[in-house]
Design a protein around this ligand. Structure first.
Ligand code: ASP
Ligand code: CP
Length: 318
């Protein structure tokens, strides 16, 4: 069993819908729980029993490589059974709604629904209408909480703390659920977050968010401890937010040249999938400051912690 840090703290959420609604203490508690789960993946038998007899559904209405497989592996390592649902080969093509889909799966006796959907609020809607635990695996451009958690987990693991760190989140902030979840978690854990990008890719009412804003990557590159590069969410763009891809890369791409002005121990992050040569040059993505694959590795322990905690909260009648 994973060893949890003993704090006088009881986790009470049977759903994980976003990081906005969590306190710093709750976020740290998930990270501490994940630390205990990291060692399960290093054993020769990579299994722990806490979800034995439970059924987890991966309910994915959008494509995914990292999140879906990571949740599947996390559920398996906790000994749960896992059902894989993807929109493409389901009865959604026959007109079945999200709620009917979830209710039918629930009728088979599922315990946890991990849902990704292009509609913001879909996980919250499900959580109000089904009895199973709901974990948000990305909803529209609202939140991607487990990505936010694995990002702060990775930073904390390497830097020791987020308190006082300066972090830039660069690119298509407007359409990024990762930027939002990161912002909430990083801010709550004491980091100073700067959104960097062209004005056309900044969220509406950005001045109301707990971030600084810069429209010039060259102004911030030498000041930050962590830089998180975002993919342009072409699938969510309406219209043309910048004149050309080449111009975007010139001003907002993380290039080898730009990295020469960065702190020597800067952490280079990216949630993936990467568009090499667009938001980040290959040499930087694969370079010595990059922790992109460590983020993916850490995602497994974080998702084990999340599945474990929501299931525990449900078992306690929350
Ligand atoms: N994979 C992340 C997401 O689903 C980031 C991205 O797709 O750019 O939000
Ligand atoms: N980072 C992330 O969510 O990747 P996927 O879209 O591949 O799941």
């Amino acid at each position: 069993m994973a060893a949890r840090k003993s704090k006088q703290f009881e986790w009470s959420h049977k759903h994980l819908l976003g990081l906005r609604e969590l306190t710093a203490e709750e976020i740290s508690f998930i990270l501490d729980t994940a630390v205990g789960f990291e060692q399960v993946s290093t054993r020769s038998v990579k299994k722990a029993p806490p979800l034995r007899g439970k059924v987890v559904v991966n309910l994915f209405f959008e494509d995914s490589t990292r999140t879906r497989n990571s949740f599947a592996l996390a559920a398996g390592r906790l000994s749960a059974d896992i059902i894989e649902f993807t929109k493409k080969d389901s009865s959604v093509s026959k007109g079945e709604t999200l709620l009917d889909t979830a209710r039918n799966l629930e009728a088979m006796g599922i315990d946890i629904v991990v849902v990704r959907h292009s509609a913001g609020g879909a996980p919250k809607f499900l959580s109000r209408n089904i009895n199973a635990c709901v974990v948000n695996a990305g909803d529209g451009f609202c939140e991607h909480p487990t990505q936010g958690l694995l990002d702060v987990y990775t930073i904390r693991k390497i830097k020791g703390t987020l308190d006082g760190l300066k972090i830039a989140i660069v690119g298509d902030v407007a359409h990024s659920r990762v930027a939002r979840s990161d912002m909430w978690a990083m801010n709550k854990l004491g980091a100073e977050v700067t959104f960097v990008g062209p004005p056309t890719l900044m969220p509406a009412r950005v001045d109301e968010l707990p971030v600084k804003v810069s429209y010039c990557l060259d102004d911030v590159i030498d000041k930050v401890d962590v830089i998180n590069m975002l993919r342009i969410q072409f699938e969510r763009l309406g219209g043309n937010p910048f004149p050309s891809i080449r111009e975007y890369s010139h001003y907002f791409g993380l290039t080898v040249e730009r990295m020469k002005r960065a702190k020597s121990d800067i952490l280079v992050m990216h949630p993936g999938p990467i568009n090499r040569g667009l938001e980040i040059e290959s040499e930087v993505a694969d370079g010595k400051n990059s922790v992109i694959l460590e983020q993916v590795t850490n995602g497994l322990a974080v998702r084990m912690a999340v599945l474990f905690l929501v299931n525990q909260a449900a078992a306690q009648g929350n």
